[in-house]
Design a protein around this ligand. Structure first.
Ligand code: AHR
Length: 657
């Protein structure tokens, strides 16, 4: 080839690549989503708005050694009444929910008058009952209504009256009502309670006020004000925080909770749909109990309510390798489902698709419809496995599940798994298995020091674009200080840069309850009353609510300064140009912005800045030490941005029509 022709070719190539650069790169439309796991009391006692703890008397020493069917309950007698409280299993509402409480009310006392009338035994309504303290005391608000429900039946011939009340820690009644148990078969009774004053440590008391014997189960109290007023719904304030992030997807139910502690503890989605009194409860591998009340129906409903794609992750028919106390060390505890159970298991996986997407006259579609959702849930993605140890047992079962789903539901995108670390044997093997199976996405997990994130900003630049895409399903830098969040922000600009191959990413874990936190680094801390948004939450939200679908390179010049990172996206729906600038140093730094390739720019734009002391963090007591500040910024075709120390800045520019 002669030199002139070569030059012409070079010029043409450079012209077309500039043109492409000018047009930007199409990226994943759903990069930033949420990871939800019932760890740290995130579901029961957390997002799930049920206020009664151990509502079905199913707690047991297998949850945690000191627990039993009456954990969180206490037996109460008032005004010289007496009787007996037992737990029985011989005639339950449903075999899935075997334990229930039996109250034998042998004597109802009468209030004494005269000299002894002041003693504690003489106080309150005469009766025999039980009292529940909820998850560390119930928080109730004056004037709000709470829905009380109970399943009960008479075991004696006479109907039995029950006085239902919310009480404060001094026994003062805050709200009350009565029900009468009047059948010999299990029946659901409902009433409401409306407390007259606020209380942070109330309890629910059920007091049988007439003699006789009765059985009770599934004692439940929900605020009427749940998220979107859903029955069996979610705590409105916490769910709203998640909705505010506008996540493109929600992954559930875990994490390690998915593959469970031993095969008997794997999360089986079918146990978590249908009426709550028929769901199968079980040990939570994080050392407490799962009611399954926040189950697959509620997860899918929540996704729909917030406009997020549902991303269920199912066990690959093997349990967590850390089962049996070998947490992250060696991984010798993995158990595999016996081969003779695999066909049933695979059928469960296939049935999930029918349950979510099938017509209402299909077997599983009708179960969804009967639960109140005749329209399909539009399930598109299913994860198979959670950071499993890559054993031959795993591989065989994973391959069986994958071929069955591909054969029956080729439209479903499967997500493989690659062990618990950013590299190493399981990581390599997980990728290899996914690649061989032509799986569209592989789930990567890593928790690292902030320095690791800053030294790996080029991780995905060299990923092979012909291989499966990445779902970065769990990641976080170890800590909730501003410096951790800013290191994550720097990394997230590189996820955007590589969002042609990194299709999804979710920070983990999401929620952590005060005094029940098992994982030190989490996105939102909460107690029964309030919450604290970490700097990491603010970063995630700033990215997910300011996302686009086209990536432009060379818009923000950071020089060779490795403490600076930046990205530029366009949201083609709104036409907005979105700049993100991250300064991980503790000094002011300059970045040069060149917007020449964009037309019709206004003179100013919205700016959101998250900055502060690198070591600062938010707490429940001081939740606003670090928070984003919104203002206006003047912009030009090109301008220099002064990035504050330890900061993330988002500039959102509305192009003029
Ligand atoms: O996010 C906490 C835990 O970290 C998850 O359950 C597990 O998948 C990972 O090891």
């Amino acid at each position: 080839m002669n030199f002139r022709l070569l030059l012409l070719l070079c010029l043409l190539t450079s012209f077309y690549s500039n043109l492409n650069a000018q047009e930007g790169k199409k990226i994943s439309p759903y990069l930033f989503g949420l990871f939800f796991e019932d760890i740290n009391y995130a579901a029961d006692g957390g997002l799930y708005a049920e206020m009664v703890q151990n509502r079905s008397f199913e707690y047991s020493p297998s949850d945690t050694p000191e627990w039993h069917p009456l954990t969180s309950w206490s037996y109460v007698t008032q005004v010289f009444s007496y009787g007996k409280l037992d737990i029985e299993t011989n005639n339950p509402i449903n075999t899935n929910n075997p334990h229930y409480a039996v109250l034998n009310i042998e004597h109802i006392g009468t209030r004494a008058t005269g000299p002894e009338s002041d003693i504690p035994q003489n106080k309150g309504t005469p009766g025999v009952g039980i009292q529940n303290t909820g998850y560390d005391g119930m928080v109730v608000k004056a004037g709000e209504t709470y829905n009380f429900t109970i399943f009960a039946k008479q075991l004696s011939n006479n109907p039995i009256s029950i006085h239902v009340s919310l009480q404060d820690s001094n026994g003062k009644i805050l709200g009350e009502n009565n029900i009468e148990v009047n059948t010999k078969d299990w029946k659901k009774y409902t009433t409401t309670l409306t407390p007259s004053v606020n209380s942070d440590s109330s309890s629910l008391m059920l007091l049988a006020t007439s003699k006789g014997k009765l059985a009770i189960d599934v004692v439940s109290l929900f605020p009427q004000n749940t998220f979107k007023n859903r029955k069996n719904g979610l705590r409105a304030d916490l769910a709203q925080l998640l909705a505010d992030m506008k996540p493109s997807f929600v992954r559930f139910p875990g994490g390690c909770l998915t593959h469970g502690e031993g095969v008997g503890n794997m999360y089986r989605w079918k146990n978590t749909v249908g009426p709550i009194e028929q769901r199968i409860e079980q040990k939570n591998l994080w050392g407490y109990h799962q009611t399954g009340g926040l189950g697959y129906f509620e997860y899918f409903q929540f996704c729909e309510d917030i406009g997020a794609i549902p991303l269920p992750v199912l066990p690959a028919a093997v349990s967590c390798q850390n089962s049996g106390g070998t947490w992250r060390v060696g991984g010798t505890g993995q158990q595999a489902l016996p081969m003779e159970d695999m066909q049933d298991y695979i059928q469960d996986v296939l049935d999930l698709v029918e349950w979510a997407n099938g017509p209402i006259n299909s077997k599983w579609g009708s179960i969804r419809a009967n639960a109140g959702h005749p329209e399909p849930f539009n399930l598109e993605f299913i994860g198979i496995g959670n950071e499993d140890k890559m054993t031959p047992e795993f591989e065989e079962r994973f391959n069986m599940i994958v071929s069955a789903v591909k054969a029956k539901y080729p439209e479903i995108s499967l997500i493989g798994t690659s062990g618990p670390f950013s590299d190493g044997e399981d990581f390599e093997k997980g990728w290899e298995i996914a690649d061989v199976n032509n799986i569209p996405l592989v789930d990567e997990h890593y928790y690292k020091q902030p320095e690791w994130f800053l030294s790996n900003l080029d991780r995905y630049d060299s990923y092979d674009r012909k291989k499966p895409g990445v779902y970065l399903g769990e990641y976080a830098s170890w800590g909730n200080k501003l410096k951790n969040a800013i290191a994550e922000a720097a990394y997230m600009t590189t996820l955007e840069r590589n969002a042609d191959i990194v299709k999804m990413a979710s920070y983990a874990p999401l929620l952590a309850k005060k005094d029940h936190t098992q994982w030190t680094t989490d996105m939102i801390f909460f107690d029964n009353k309030t919450y604290c948004l970490t700097p990491n939450y603010h970063v995630q939200k700033m990215f997910s609510t300011n996302y686009g679908d086209i990536y432009y390179k060379n818009i923000i010049a950071t020089g060779k300064d490795t403490t600076l990172s930046a990205s530029c996206l366009k949201d083609s729906k709104t036409g907005d140009i979105i700049l993100k600038m991250v300064n991980t140093s503790t000094e002011f730094k300059q970045m040069k912005v060149n917007l020449n390739k964009f037309k019709n720019l206004p003179l100013d734009a919205k700016q959101i800045v998250l900055t502060g002391n690198a070591e600062a963090e938010n707490t429940l007591e001081n939740p606003d030490t670090i928070k984003p500040i919104e203002s206006k910024i003047e912009i030009g075709k090109s301008f220099t941005y002064q990035a504050p120390p330890t900061s993330l800045t988002v500039i959102r520019i509305k192009q003029k029509p």
